[in-house]
Design a binder for this molecule. Sequence first.
Ligand SMILES: Cc1cc2nc3c(=O)[nH]c(=O)nc-3n(C[C@H](O)[C@H](O)[C@H](O)COP(=O)(O)OP(=O)(O)OC[C@H]3O[C@@H](n4cnc5c(N)ncnc54)[C@H](O)[C@@H]3O)c2cc1C
Ligand SMILES: *[C@@H]1O[C@H](CO)[C@@H](O)[C@H](O)[C@H]1NC(C)=O
Ligand SMILES: *[C@@H]1O[C@H](CO)[C@@H](O)[C@H](O)[C@H]1NC(C)=O
Ligand SMILES: CC(=O)N[C@H]1CO[C@H](CO)[C@@H](O)[C@@H]1O
Length: 368
Amino acid sequence: MAEHIVVIGAGVIGLSAALSLQDAGHSVTIIARDFPGPAETMDAVQHINYTSPWGGAHNRWVPPHPTTGENAREHAMALTTFARMRTLSDTPSTAGATGISFMKGIEYLEGPVLPAEYVALDADKLSLPAFRVLDWTEFPDKRVQWGCEYDTWCVNPMVYCCFLLRRFVFRGGKIVRRELRSPLEVFALSPEKDLGISAPPPKVVVNASGNGFGGSSGDDGLFITRGQTVLVANTSVATVTRQNADGGWTFCVPRNYEGGTIIGGTKEPDNWDPNPSPEVRETLLKTFAATYPQILDEKGGFTVIRDIVGRRPTRKGGLRLEGEAVQGGGFVMHAYGLGGRGYELSWGVAEGVVEGVQEYLKGRTVET
Ligand SMILES: Cc1cc2nc3c(=O)[nH]c(=O)nc-3n(C[C@H](O)[C@H](O)[C@H](O)COP(=O)(O)OP(=O)(O)OC[C@H]3O[C@@H](n4cnc5c(N)ncnc54)[C@H](O)[C@@H]3O)c2cc1C
Ligand SMILES: *[C@@H]1O[C@H](CO)[C@@H](O)[C@H](O)[C@H]1NC(C)=O
Ligand SMILES: *[C@@H]1O[C@H](CO)[C@@H](O)[C@H](O)[C@H]1NC(C)=O
Ligand SMILES: CC(=O)N[C@H]1CO[C@H](CO)[C@@H](O)[C@@H]1O
């Protein structure tokens, strides 16, 4: 049954969910405080709570834990997303406009003890494309205990999100720029008078607000994980990730489309500092160059474009993908708490949103 559905949020999650709801036949309105735009004009402070512009963003396969099964749902979502990225990138009419690039992903792990996920990794069973364990002669240094490569994708985040938004509007989607105080506020607004759109009042609202509704109306499990990265002009043919023994990370994410390459990065829970640290910048560049010197220019340097600080919308217990019936009628489908994996899991989350919404609508038809 076709419905008018409101999606709150125009980050990668809201946009993907909105497109998938359109595919399922619904008419969709996106209400958001922030919308995608060129990364070059995106203000670092004004848009700091909008995470999607500040992501890398690449896909790294994270294997499920072999005995607890932890991460199995997310792995399935990553596979769904991979397949969709491949289709979008192969469709001739959109191929050059999506901001997606396919390339090799390279991973290095330092010891001392390898996580069980990697020891027991079965690439075929996990459907990891073109997966190969690296020989120790291919490691950058002696601290690396294990490495692999596989096929994967990266996106230039704002090129990609602008493409999603353009496709959404092209297919009849409506957009409204507005800051809401709660997702529930949508049920009290008049589409005509308050939003300026001609559509029936929605019975379904999708809450894809990232780390939006903080404070008292918020989810206590939500917190931010600050990430500082550096955007450089240098290019790389692969996306490279190294996990260090001390828990630190060093990685690069080629954005391509003349968007440069991200060198990262930090993961700092509950750090609200909006300012990039120059010392951290130097450390990030030095550490990555030591692991992957192929990225340096002939003079051995990087050409820095800008520093980036973002706030990953992280949640204790992981992603919240569930519906909630609202008192007095109506239904909120939550889709937030993606942490550092919003792009990676986006199409899997969007699929889950459609399933939750369809289930609710089916139940309602049966009731009445
Ligand atoms: C440094 C860094 C590197 C990263 N690298 C990767 C990576 O390589 N791969 C990957 O998959 N992910 C990566 N991420 C994570 C990824 O960027 C996030 O998971 C993703 O962007 C979250 O998207 P979202 O749509 O949930 O939230 P957001 O992008 O924050 O969007 C939230 C939306 O909700 C709207 N909103 C919020 N509150 C309100 C309100 N009160 N009223 C109206 N609208 C509201 C906002 O305006 C916005 O439109 C990285 C993040 C950082 C910071
Ligand atoms: C970002 O969110 C925090 C916490 O809710 C808030 O204090 C801050 O004002 C927001 N920043 C902007 C620029 O909106
Ligand atoms: C909607 O999402 C936000 C996270 O952005 C969360 O804090 C909030 O609890 C969710 N639900 C409601 C009804 O606000
Ligand atoms: C290897 C590589 O990509 N080097 C480049 C680093 O960036 C500078 C500035 O764009 C180029 O001059 C180098 O060729």
